[in-house]
Design a binder for this molecule. Sequence first.
Ligand SMILES: Cc1cc2nc3c(=O)[nH]c(=O)nc-3n(C[C@H](O)[C@H](O)[C@H](O)COP(=O)(O)O)c2cc1C
Length: 220
Amino acid sequence: MSFLNKLRLVLSLGQGINSLTHGLIEAEAGFDPLHLFGEWFGHAQASGVALPEAMTLATASKDGAPSARIVLLKSFDHRGFIFYTNYDSRKCRDLEENPHAALICHWIVLQRQVRIEGTVERTNQEEAAAYFRSRPRGSQIGAWASTQSAPLDNYDHLVLKAKEWEQKFKGRDVPLPPFWGGYVVRPLRIEFWQGRANRLHDRLVYERDGSGWKITRLNP
Ligand SMILES: Cc1cc2nc3c(=O)[nH]c(=O)nc-3n(C[C@H](O)[C@H](O)[C@H](O)COP(=O)(O)O)c2cc1C
């Protein structure tokens, strides 16, 4: 079966599932988009889809030029959506100059997309250190070895740097690099998109309104 046919199969399967449900209804979606996100994320985890926590992060330079890449959603709570990265990377140069970001989660087998837009701020270093400690040692060493987004002469140089850091931290815990940590994306707008038959999809947008949220349904 061709890749395109497989994709069609997945999409039609999703439509079949959705036709058994009644889509995304305001009364069931509730007033709190973070609660709804939690439900959808739980469904994505339960669906068996690979890396449900992978999301696109879009940033823009101070001149407004956009760029996007995948990062992993490591947690979310009342503050917003948290990912970890190298603070000297290109994305972070953007975020320091222009502290606005957009995130996309896409769970294809569920025919769902969540679009998040908001402002960013760094997590505190205790929180970043706690997450860093939970990572495999190889990833911790890799974080020290990589000057993320800077040019690299050749791959062997990176491997050599990793070996040097491994030696340096031999016999002890790998500490949090000072140039590494998290960002919280504090949402101002969250859109939930549920695919439905005949392109009559659901789109519910939550926009910050004082301490609550204004909910609007959009045409698909
Ligand atoms: C599945 C996947 C997960 C990734 N997770 C992260 C992540 O959590 N943090 C991160 O900094 N980069 C992650 N990356 C790498 C980024 O996509 C990107 O290459 C890197 O962060 C450098 O981006 P920048 O030059 O725009 O800063 C991931 C890539 C993929 C494909």
